[in-house]
Ligand binder design. Structure first.
Ligand SMILES: NC(=O)c1ccc[n+]([C@@H]2O[C@H](COP(=O)([O-])OP(=O)(O)OC[C@H]3O[C@@H](n4cnc5c(N)ncnc54)[C@H](O)[C@@H]3O)[C@@H](O)[C@H]2O)c1
Length: 258
């Protein structure tokens, strides 16, 4: 298929390689600054014109948390299936869902496109279900990423926090700041570290007086995100089981159906 990339930085280049490896054509690359992009612009109109005239059948957006909402609002009205990898906008999901419905199009978003992380989410869901029955276990979350990451906590960590809070009614308040007092038992502490070149590590701790259980996902590189994003756009632009165009908002859970 013909793919357009919005945001042609580290991920954009990696996604291009992954798309080519799966026999797709990258017909347009849009960026604010990247000198090797086919369209260098900060103008929404120019971005749309470049994407439309390229004949792109799908768009993949990996830009910057400060740009993503404007890009989403610009790209949805094109009606071209859109995969969004940039994080930091999920609190506006309702607004985005309405825009997707209004324009009868499809958008897929995920704070993490790797297969391993999406399987890890399922493991955390099941572990939380098991551990929630035992009051002696407290839970906390930890994530670390490279020092170029613009948002904190990571979108993946926030997804994990949501899974833990959905599965354990004793944890109903997320705390992402440092504590200046003793934590309350209903508070779920999520701490973030930014250092060096870490591609992404997420840990869920279950801790009691007797022992500690840690579940950790460690990304080795970012190739998994790029390949996941390409698989996502393939899935999103393919017809559904009834032979109809996919419409609405999806996540990676819909792609990795297992
Ligand atoms: N969901 C996932 O699985 C996943 C995985 C890795 C990274 N990310 C996210 O993807 C984003 C990009 O990561 P990266 O490592 O490629 O960053 P990067 O800084 O290397 O590249 C981002 C590029 O986007 C461009 N950009 C910024 N605003 C733009 C706009 N309005 N229009 C077009 N281009 C614009 C920048 O000029 C830059 O070239 C980050 O927000 C990161 O957190 C998500």
């Amino acid at each position: 298929m013909k793919v357009a990339l919005v945001g042609y930085g580290k991920m954009g280049h990696m996604i291009e390689r992954a798309a080519l490896a799966r026999s797709h054509e990258v017909v347009c690359t849009v960026d604010l600054f990247a000198s090797d992009a086919t369209c260098i612009t900060s103008d929404s109109r120019e971005m749309i014109d470049a994407i439309r005239s390229s004949g792109a059948q799908g768009v993949i957006e990996f830009s910057h948390p400060a740009s993503v909402m404007n890009n989403i609002q610009t790209l949805i009205p094109t009606g071209i299936p859109l995969v969004v990898g940039t994080t930091g906008w999920k609190y506006r999901l309702e607004e985005v869902s309405e825009l997707v419905a209004l324009n009868k199009t499809a958008l897929l978003h995920a704070s993490n496109f790797s297969i391993g992380v999406n399987l890890f989410y399922r493991m955390v869901r099941e572990a939380t279900r098991l551990m929630a029955a035992y009051e002696e276990y407290d839970t906390a979350l930890f994530e670390s990423h490279h020092n170029q990451k613009a948002d904190s906590p990571s979108g993946t960590a926030l997804d994990i926090a949501r899974i833990v809070m959905d599965g354990n009614p004793r944890k109903n308040t997320l705390v992402t700041d440092a504590f200046t007092r003793k934590p309350e038992s209903n508070e779920l502490h999520l701490s973030s570290v930014r250092v060096g070149a870490v591609p992404g590590t997420h840990t869920v701790w279950f801790d009691s007086l007797a022992d500690s259980i840690e579940l950790t996902h460690t990304a080795r590189n970012r190739e998994g995100f790029a390949m996941g994003a390409v698989r996502a756009i393939e899935w999103l632009s393919a017809l559904d089981g009834d032979g109809k165009k996919k419409l609405g908002v999806y996540t990676m859970d819909d792609v990795f159906d297992c």
